[in-house]
Write a protein that binds this ligand. Structure first.
Ligand SMILES: *Cc1c(COP(=O)(O)O)cnc(C)c1O
Length: 380
């Protein structure tokens, strides 16, 4: 019996060939492949502008900066998210203010955002948690009239749809991740998409030390033009090695999403008759890529989440605890405010089942059998 992991990237000969080409070309840092990846990404996500960066964490940081967030501002974020969502505002000296979530979707709503707004809120980060599209229009209906920018944290959500379009298509600005735990990977990497040309231009400079002339441009001329550093920037560049992998991965996206949704459908159907297990599902306004296929474990299922995790581990199945909450982490405890009951409840009672492109029918059957056998056992 071999280990079943929670996630495995889908990489092969084409990615290897693409990286080999980049190395042979002699230009491995940010250059023509990054530009091509940005163009392909913008087209596939129906975005006006795309700016590649080194991670989604970097993308969130720059998105908040170009959106005008300043030291002393409040930024409303879900606590129920990977910690990077709550970290980003603190890089600017802004305060993360935690909003609760809808326990069905795991996402913030117009209602939970509204009740977290303060007089100092300049931006909101709305996450498509685990790939489930957030109801962005509902949140923008609350924030737009107040001049509060909504940043979509679409780290998990490439290939998910919202109201018939790719997620992020309706966002003023969105941040994406290419970490191997996500759907499309470049090893590490991120992207900003935005409808605002000036925000894109500033993010493009900020990722590269705020140089007025890019390294690629300087290299392209024998006598490089003098550059100027217009503000304090960062080194958040993606490399051409990463972008070459991204270009191949992006072509696989439809196939990746189709397979994930097939596997999710099998899980959902097979779990229907196991009382006390609730799987994540598509919301009425869109479709998920099921980046994280989570189940909520509750009565009358005979085990709690920790017990079920241990049971799965005894079958060599590596499930994962559900999405974390930032307000209960030491790094963010000082920002904890009012109660976040749904966030804590979902975080404590969910686990993420293995789901990856190459997963075989027999591997999935093994996971389902383990869930069933645990249901039939009673507490020891
Ligand atoms: C993974 C993730 C991030 C961070 O992405 P990196 O590319 O690893 O920096 C941010 N937000 C959410 C919701 C994520 O799941």
């Amino acid at each position: 019996m071999s280990r079943i992991n929670v996630m495995q990237p889908w990489l092969g000969a084409e990615e290897i060939a693409a990286v080999t080409d980049v190395i042979s070309s002699g230009w491995i840092a940010q250059g023509p492949r990054v530009a091509a990846f940005e163009e392909a990404f913008a087209a596939s996500q129906q975005a006006d502008h795309a700016v590649a960066v080194s991670s989604c964490t970097a993308a969130l940081h720059l998105a908040l900066l170009v959106a005008g967030v300043e030291t002393g501002d409040d930024v409303v974020v879900p606590s129920f998210s990977f910690v990077a969502t709550a970290n980003a505002p603190t890089y600017i000296g802004a305060r993360p203010v935690f909003a609760d979530i809808d326990p069905l979707t795991g996402n913030v709503t117009g209602e939970t955002i509204r009740s977290a707004l303060t007089g100092r809120t300049s931006a909101v980060v709305a996450v498509d948690q685990g790939g489930v599209p957030v109801d962005l229009a509902e949140i923008r209906a609350v924030c737009d009239p107040l001049g509060i920018v909504v940043v979509e944290d679409a780290a998990c959500a490439i290939g998910s749809t919202y109201r018939g379009q790719p997620v992020g298509a309706d966002a003023e600005i969105a941040a994406w991740s290419f970490h191997p735990r996500k759907i499309v990977t470049t090893g590490e990497g991120g992207m900003i998409t935005t409808s605002r040309p000036l925000w894109a231009a500033r993010a493009r400079r900020l990722r590269e030390h705020s140089m007025s002339v890019s390294a690629a441009e300087r290299h392209g001329s024998v006598l490089a033009p003098p550059e100027e550093y217009t503000e304090v920037g960062f080194n958040y560049r993606m490399t051409d090695l990463q972008a070459a992998v991204g270009l191949v991965q992006l072509q696989k996206l439809p196939e990746l999403v189709e397979r994930r949704r097939q596997l999710a459908e099998v899980y959902a159907k097979q779990l229907e008759d196991i009382p006390g297990l609730r799987p994540v599902a598509d919301p009425p306004w869109g479709t998920s890529n099921f980046q994280s296929f989570w189940i909520e474990v509750s009565d009358p299922y005979p085990w709690d989440r920790e017990g079920l995790l241990a049971h799965l581990a005894s079958y060599d199945i590596s499930a994962r605890r559900g999405i974390m909450t930032s307000h209960r982490q030491p790094a963010h405890a000082k920002f904890a405010g009012g109660p976040l009951l749904a966030s804590e409840q979902l975080s404590d009672s969910t686990l993420i089942l293995p789901l990856f492109h190459q997963m075989s029918e027999s591997e999935q059957a093994r996971v389902i059998d383990a869930l069933r056998s645990a249901a039939e056992e009673s507490h020891g």
